[in-house]
Design a protein around this ligand. Structure first.
Ligand code: CA
Length: 229
């Protein structure tokens, strides 16, 4: 999952970014409203953490612009404690949730997790696909009840596929959601990771849809990606 943090307080921005990276997210950072608006408008994030008090363009305006331009990305706003009206204007401008400063970073992480899974249509933090389970709170994966050991990159890939299961996802989409803006993207890398991940899942679950991309499916499939009869 890839997120954007728009926060002009450099320390706070870096603390948030470090916490999200630690939790397995890919993070882009913006330190003023204009930069934040531009990134949110041009990059496909799974969620955005947006401070309201920002230089160049305030958070409410940034959010209003995104929504007017049709960007539906889940947005969590950060508001100052003594400015209750920011919550009202933020939610009216299209925010999905808010956290009041000062906050515990764990709360921001939990709210963003919830926004991401709800926007993908999952009501609880345990996401299932056949015998495959992902606990989004702990990032633990099990297959038929047995723990599956994944690298952080494989986990990120699987988490994206599990949030969007039964849908064909192109290599471009995967690349955009697994790497930050500075990464030198090579779509062949995705194939390599898909291959490794498929092996760890007993050759089942990840279907290759020729020319289109990949699909995580709950029924058993063999190694070639063809449907098992
Ligand atoms: Ca601020």
């Amino acid at each position: 999952m890839r997120i954007l943090i728009v926060e002009d307080d450099q320390d706070l921005n870096r603390q948030l970014a470090a916490a999200f990276e630690e939790a397995g997210y890919v993070v882009d950072k913006a330190f003023d409203g204009e930069e934040g608006h531009f990134l949110g408008d041009t990059e496909p994030y799974d969620a955005i953490v947006l401070d309201i008090g920002l230089p160049e363009m305030d958070g409410i305006t940034v959010l209003e612009n995104w929504r007017r331009e049709g960007r539906a990305t889940p947005v969590l706003i950060l508001t100052a404690r003594d400015r209750w009206n920011d919550k009202v204007s933020g939610i009216d401008a299209g925010a999905d949730d808010y956290v009041t400063k000062p906050f515990h970073i764990e709360e921001v992480l939990a709210r963003v997790r919830a926004l991401i899974r709800r926007s993908a249509g999952h009501a609880t933090s345990l996401i299932e696909c056949g015998g495959l389970q992902l606990d989004t709170r702990t990032s633990k994966v099990t297959l038929d009840g047995n723990p599956v050991k994944l690298t952080s990159h494989e986990l990120r890939l699987l988490a994206y596929l599990m949030h969007h299961q039964e849908r064909v996802i192109s290599r471009t989409e995967l690349t955009e959601h697994l790497y930050d803006q500075d990464f030198d993207r090579d779509s062949n890398t995705i194939e390599v990771f898909i291959g490794r991940l498929r092996k760890k899942l007993d050759g089942r679950y990840i279907e290759t849809v020729r020319g289109l991309g990949y699909r995580l499916i709950s029924g058993g499939r063999d190694e070639t990606g063809e449907a098992a009869s």
